[in-house]
Design a protein around this ligand. Structure first.
Ligand code: ADP
Ligand code: MG
Length: 615
């Protein structure tokens, strides 16, 4: 007689189980999809194992999934002859979660709102536990493919612990017996289970039998031509392969013969799971060779920034016995990835033009990936950049344009694509930088995210035109004819010298600015210094290591304040100093460079006191 051993679930698993058992009541049927998908995974692994291992336990067993329902006993059983599990694997796979899944899972549930909560389970790699939505008790009978494995049974009611015991005669693979809760007895009815399986069972790469009857014809819809596949089939397939709950946002299904034979069916999800705080997604385009799965999450197939794409790629040019390791550095696989990436980028560009509103919706959730792509995917940089969208000085708030539109409507004498990175439209428009560009009729792109700074600095140019920040020291706009009388060159020079001396700690240079229209002054970060947004990010991370900036201060010799300041500096140096400092701080504020805004308060109080006739 054997004695069972009792184990505690890891804390994360307990949390997941708690959520699953106590707060998920809708879409409970997805537990069948998750367990069938696990069975299919195990069979897939078995198929690969058989290619390399000679000594396999139960080598003669068919690679198939058998489901049985028993209404009298109130059970549903899902069995496979996949790789099975050893004792250690049972503990590892069913007692722990390797990644920090549960926290992210709980957060996602909160954020998901109306979207069906239960379906999130599979996305987080905790699909097995979905069985506890419907189970009073789950038993997993198993024997590993290894000859020295044991015949075992794992069982749990989901309440904190599980036990493992010996279970004579268990064949290779897993047999999962679910004792259904009182309110979940429907899943012991054959017709109910048949209709659930009907939705996706044809996508499973192995035969499925329900109570001894074959329910699926294994078909690879990606090998079919488009007109042979219905919308519903596409959608169900997406949900099945991606463990998804949403509908696919975009779908790209294509076949090609040159340069490689490729059948691809790709989906772009509607929801960005990384926004739910679940961490970096795994690549989600499975690699197949003639319907046989080679790797469900190939790392080197598509560039990393495309990890949000779901679906499958099948190429008969791949050697069937290619291992996951050799796949990683296979030139063929790289080529496959390149072809498909190019195709996908072209597809998106066309979609963006054909239905701009739909694209915006997609872009609002996935722009991060595109931006990451521009910064990291050298080969496709310009094609990805084409997909970016920004507000600009010529769009309304909330409207966007692409770089191609921008380039297409540049003024003839315009040398560069201009942009400003700042937190908001109002920051930019109330600031001193864009006015000169507006006066010239040059469009300025408004970039609101800190990573945009990296995007433009990696992109550098688009369609041969350089990208230039409006607050860059190199901006050369020529003369802007402005109204109004200006200080003479000599007076301006004198004022600049005086300011340079008075503001010594904060400025590297003070000069007359050519690009000012209605603002008194602006600050420019000198060549070689970090751009303001990047600096702010560094400061947030390491406040002590980022010093107060020394800027180039450009003053506007036509502006009333500057003209009066010139006079005041001769008559009342004390008052002039206060005004000069304030001019600098205002410029720093607009530049996003004012680290210590508090000092403005003390100074304006002094200025007010003077105005009111104080000291
Ligand atoms: P995921 O499938 O995303 O890894 P699951 O919670 O669905 O997460 O399953 C956890 C793990 O349990 C699987 O990765 C696998 O190692 C193991 N497992 C589950 N079902 C089976 C099965 N039928 N045969 C073999 N191993 C299984
Ligand atoms: Mg799973």
């Amino acid at each position: 007689m054997s004695t069972p051993t009792t184990h505690e679930f890891q804390a994360e698993v307990r949390q997941v189980l708690d959520i699953v058992i106590h707060s998920l009541y809708t879409d409970r049927e997805i537990f069948i999809r998750e367990l069938v998908s696990n069975a299919a995974d195990a069979l897939e692994k078995m198929r690969l194992t058989q290619l390399t291992e000679k000594e396999v336990f139960g080598a003669e067993l068919p690679l198939e999934i058998r489901i049985t329902t028993d209404e009298t006993a109130g059970t549903i059983t899902i069995a496979d002859h996949g790789i099975g599990m050893t004792r250690a694997e049972l503990v590892e796979n069913l007692g722990t979660i390797a990644h920090s899944g549960s926290k992210a899972f709980a957060a996602a549930l909160k954020n998901a709102g109306k979207t069906s909560e239960a379906s999130l389970i599979g996305q987080f790699g905790v699909g097995f536990y979905s069985a506890f939505m419907v189970a009073d008790e789950v038993k997993v009978y198993t024997h590993s493919w290894r000859n020295d494995g044991e015949h075992l049974v794992w069982s749990s009611t989901g309440a904190g612990t599980y036990s493992i015991d010996e279970a004579p005669d268990q064949a290779r693979g897993c047999r999962i017996v679910i004792k259904l809760k009182e309110d979940a007895k429907e899943f012991a009815q054959a017709h109910r289970v048949r209709s659930i399986l009907g939705k996706y069972s044809n996508f499973v790469g192995f035969p499925i039998q329900l109570n001894g009857e074959r329910v699926n014809t294994v078909e690879a819809i990606w090998l079919k031509s488009k007109d042979e596949v219905s919308e519903e089939q596409y959608e169900e397939f997406y949900k099945f392969t991606a463990h998804a709950f949403d509908k696919p946002g975009y779908r790209l299904h294509f076949q090609s013969e040159v340069p490689l034979a490729i059948n691809a069916l790709l989906f772009l999800p509607e929801q960005n799971m990384e926004l739910y705080g679940m961490g970096q997604m795994e690549p989600g385009v499975g690699l197949y060779c003639k319907k046989v799965l080679i790797d469900p999450h190939p790392k080197k197939l598509l560039p990393e920034w495309l990890r949000f794409v779901r679906g499958v790629m099948d190429s008969e040019d791949l050697p069937l016995n290619i291992s996951r390791e050799s796949m990683q550095d296979s030139a063929l696989v790289r080529k496959l990835g390149e072809v498909v990436t190019k195709r996908l980028l072209k597809f998106l560009d066309k979609e963006a033009q054909d239905d701009a509103a739909k694209y915006r919706e997609f872009y609002s959730k996935f722009s991060r990936f595109l931006k990451e792509g521009v910064a990291t995917d050298f080969a496709n940089r310009e094609a990805i950049a084409k997909l970016l969208r920004f507000e600009s000085s010529l769009t309304g708030k909330g409207e966007v344009i692409g770089l191609a539109d921008y380039a297409g409507r540049m003024k003839e004498d315009q040398k560069a694509i201009y942009y400003q990175v700042a937190p908001s439209r109002s920051t930019i428009e109330s600031g001193p930088y864009v006015e000169a560009f507006k006066a010239k009729g040059y469009e300025v792109l408004y970039l609101y995210e800190t990573i945009d700074e990296y995007v433009v600095s990696s992109l550098r140019e688009f369609e041969g035109k350089p990208l230039q920040a409006v607050n860059s020291p190199d901006v050369e706009l020529g003369d802007i004819s402005s109204e109004g009388e200006a200080l003479s060159e000599e007076e301006t020079g004198k004022l600049c010298d005086w300011l340079k001396e008075t503001l010594a700690a904060g400025v590297e240079e003070v000069r007359a600015g050519k690009r000012l229209v209605s603002s008194p002054a602006l600050a420019i970060t000198p060549e070689g210094e970090m751009p303001p947004q990047m600096r702010q990010m560094m400061r947030a991370m390491k406040p002590d290591e980022v010093e107060a900036p020394k800027v180039i201060l450009e003053v506007n010799p036509r502006h009333e304040i500057i003209k009066k300041l010139a006079a005041l500096s001769a008559s009342d140096a004390g008052a002039a100093k206060l005004v000069g400092e304030q001019v600098l701080d205002n410029a720093l504020l607009s530049a996003g460079l004012l680290d210590d805004p508090q000092r403005i308060v003390a100074r304006t109080e002094k200025i007010m006191a003077r105005m009111l006739g104080g000291a």
